[in-house]
Design a protein around this ligand. Structure first.
Ligand code: V1P
Ligand code: CA
Ligand code: ZN
Length: 390
């Protein structure tokens, strides 16, 4: 391989299980667990596995998932089968738990959920046991799942489970979400506590973009005596934001949050649907721009749990997560931007076969975020943080 060695002075753990990749949401469904196969192919072909501790993740137990979800909901998730979708007896519960087009019932659903969740719980435990400084689970990051409800392709909220583990040891945990969608499930789970600061960057359009929450002035319980008051930060964006503006905004917001909140650990959700050309997204980020946010977060020097999330153009998802793995192991300059010949499914990366294909001008979406608007966001968020302190 190309001389990739362990990073100096810190340890990275990588949590994966190939059994996750084999699950199918259905033909026309945008969520493709197969994108994890492409990610793994790149990580291995570049020799990045030599720089990390690799763990074959186990399924989370029912009890572990019940730290957040109700036993009733998990019991249903465990026993439901695809045929129930048409069966009348189950239809009330299917509807109340929000299964349907976005969250279909497919073969092996419970195994899929418990495997991606087990990987996040394992990753969090490596951090608290001091066996890792950075722990990665690209199969996790399913930020929309609620206590008793599936939502937006998410059934079990592995991020909430991971944060609950970190809270056993750290008084304060900061959650950052760069998926193009609002991290509503994580925000809601910790809405009433001051022990988690949630920060989501997302496209916001109340009526026309999923899930429709995450306005700038949505910051936690309105009663100032509720400890969770002010502990949700939302960065609502319009279509078309580009690398330079996004990174500047990210640094301005995150540096202010860290300075004020002084978290003991960070959980970073790296949803890759904020990349340009995503099937569901509407931003213009390049793989390098998305990665710069991960690189900046790493410079904070805090224990870090890194998870995946959305991302609906599999070749770009795998490019981003492979590049971000190289950032986390400090090996960016040892990575050939030309995708190696040894990569299985290399044909998916044509015609450029580059890890960093530039977004073509033709496919860009018009940037509707003025400099004035971005300055207004930063100023408002800094004001919110001043109140949080008090
Ligand atoms: O817009 C909706 C719902 C359906 N309407 C009743 C409102 N759903 C979105 C869900 C997006 C979920 C994103 C998940 C994540 O944040 C984390 C993994 O990335 C939706 C969309 C859309 N364009 O927003 N569902 C679908 N498209 C869809 C398309 C085809 C088949 C099934 C679902
Ligand atoms: Ca987000
Ligand atoms: Zn998303």
């Amino acid at each position: 391989h190309n001389g990739i060695t362990r990073p100096q002075g810190y340890t990275v753990s990588y949590h994966a299980n190939p059994a996750v990749e084999a699950h199918h949401f259905g033909q026309s469904h945008p969520m493709k667990p197969w994108r994890l196969v492409l990610t793994k192919e790149l990580v291995l072909a570049y020799g990045m596995h030599h720089a990390m501790d690799l763990y074959l993740s186990r399924a989370a137990t029912f009890e572990e998932m019940a730290e957040f979800h109700t036993a009733d909901y998990l019991e249903f998730l465990r026993q439901v089968i695809p045929a129930d979708m048409e069966a009348a007896e189950q239809s009330d519960r299917i509807a109340s738990y929000n299964f349907g087009d976005d969250c279909p019932i497919f073969d092996g659903l419970f195994d899929y959920c418990s495997l991606y969740s087990g990987a996040t719980v394992d990753a969090a435990r490596k951090l608290i046991n001091n066996q890792a400084d950075i722990a990665i689970n690209w199969s996790g990051g399913l930020h929309h799942a609620k206590k008793t409800e599936a939502s937006g392709f998410c059934y079990v909220n592995d991020i909430v489970l991971g944060i609950l583990q970190l809270l056993r040891f750290h008084p304060r945990v900061m959650y950052i979400d760069i998926d193009v969608h609002h991290g509503d499930g994580v925000e809601q789970a910790f809405w009433s506590t001051d022990r988690v600061l949630t920060v989501s960057f997302h496209k916001y359009d109340k009526d026309n973009f999923f899930p429709g929450t995450g306005a700038l002035d949505s910051n936690g319980p309105s009663h100032p005596l509720n400890p969770g008051s002010r502990h949700a930060i939302n960065v609502p964006l319009n279509d078309g934001i580009e690398d330079g503006d996004y990174l500047q905004l990210y640094k301005d917001v995150i540096s202010s949050c860290v300075e004020t909140y002084q978290p003991g650990a960070i959980v970073l959700q790296c949803g890759a649907d904020s990349l340009g050309c995503d099937r569901l997204g509407c931003f213009n980020l390049n793989v390098t721009g998305h990665g710069s946010c991960v690189a900046y977060t790493k410079t904070l020097g805090l224990p870090m749990l890194v998870v995946g999330g959305g991302g609906y153009t599999p070749r770009n998802v795998s490019r981003a997560w492979a590049h971000e793995t190289s950032i986390l192991i400090d090996a960016v300059d040892k990575i050939d931007p030309n995708i190696p010949d040894t990569v299985t499914f290399r044909n998916h990366f044509g015609p450029d076969f580059s890890l960093f294909p530039p977004l073509s001008e033709m496919r860009k979406i018009e940037n509707k975020n003025s400099k004035q608007y971005l300055t207004h966001l930063v100023n408002t968020i800094r004001e919110q943080l001043r109140y949080m302190q008090g």
